[in-house]
Design a protein around this ligand. Structure first.
Ligand SMILES: [Ca+2]
Ligand SMILES: [Ca+2]
Ligand SMILES: [Ca+2]
Length: 276
């Protein structure tokens, strides 16, 4: 019995992630791009890479950004954006998925399709002119690859800008590790009608983010000018910022588990050798 309790305790000890000290949160909200620029800049500084983008949104090999503004008209509203556009067409190491029916990037001015998904009194851009949304869902999941390769990756930091967050506790950002365990969650600050909200988290103890889930309000964009329902808070997104996706290395707890298993094997082998 004692042995059983001891093994249960040991198993618990080994499956608990090693000291999630948490994430450093960066957040602010306001009615104009200027209101959140200082916090965006602080997040940029925390990750490094400067302020000038290189090819494929790479900042000094340390950070990536997506502002949607360079997306071609052929994959912008009313056309869907492929979920792997920033993995294949412009390799930035991210793939998007949604329980909905796809993704839209808003149209530029001067085209047949209205800008801002057809809601000029609700949305504005942080970076002009394009915005991003899932279609028929308020969920966007982001997974990571070493940019330009099929190698799965993790990141240590992620931030997003949300547009038109009017109701508290509906819009949030969540980080999951490689075991799909939730390691960070934050409700996005309310910014009011047409406002902008910045939220991001930076790992401070080596945590590795395998998936980011962005929940945008409680409404959905169905198509330009059309919402899923007339009453609930509709929210869309602008810039994504994240630390350069890196190939995953085993976490300390997995190494410990592996070493323990190896030690057990060696002990068993030794016992076998010494037995008559
Ligand atoms: Ca609004
Ligand atoms: Ca933009
Ligand atoms: Ca709203």
């Amino acid at each position: 019995m004692k042995l059983r309790i001891a093994s249960a305790f040991l198993a618990t000890l080994l499956t608990v992630p090693s000291a999630w000290a948490g994430f450093i949160t960066f957040e602010s909200a306001g009615n104009s791009p200027a209101a959140i620029t200082a916090k965006r800049d602080a997040f940029r500084s925390a990750l490094g890479g400067g302020a000038v983008a290189g090819a494929n949104g790479s900042f000094g090999g340390l950070r990536r950004e997506i502002n949607w503004d360079g997306v071609p008209d052929t994959v912008a509203d009313p056309n869907l954006l492929p979920g792997n556009f920033f993995h294949v067409n412009s390799p930035r190491g991210v793939v998007f998925s949604t329980p909905g029916t796809g993704f839209l990037v808003s149209a530029n001015a001067g085209l047949a399709t209205p800008t801002l998904f057809g809601f000029p009194n609700d949305f504005q851009a942080f970076s002009a002119q394009r915005l991003f949304t899932a279609v028929n869902s308020n969920i966007t999941d982001v997974t990571f690859f070493v940019p330009g390769t099929m190698t799965a990756a993790t990141t240590s930091a992620f931030a997003a800008i949300f547009v038109d967050v009017e109701v508290a506790n509906l819009t949030k950002i969540e980080f999951f590790d490689r075991n799909d365990a939730l390691i960070f969650t934050r409700d996005v600050m309310v910014a009011g009608n047409q406002g902008l909200s910045f939220v991001g988290g930076v790992a401070d103890a080596g945590e590795m983010i395998s998936r980011v889930r962005l929940t945008s309000g409680l409404n959905t964009v169905v198509s330009n000018g059309l919402l899923g329902n007339p009453n609930d808070d509709v929210v869309v997104m602008d810039d994504f910022l994240y630390a350069e996706p890196m190939q995953s290395v085993p976490e300390p707890s997995s190494i410990a588990l592996f070493s323990l298993g190896l030690a057990g094997c060696i002990a068993r082998l030794r016992r076998r050798r010494h037995s008559p």
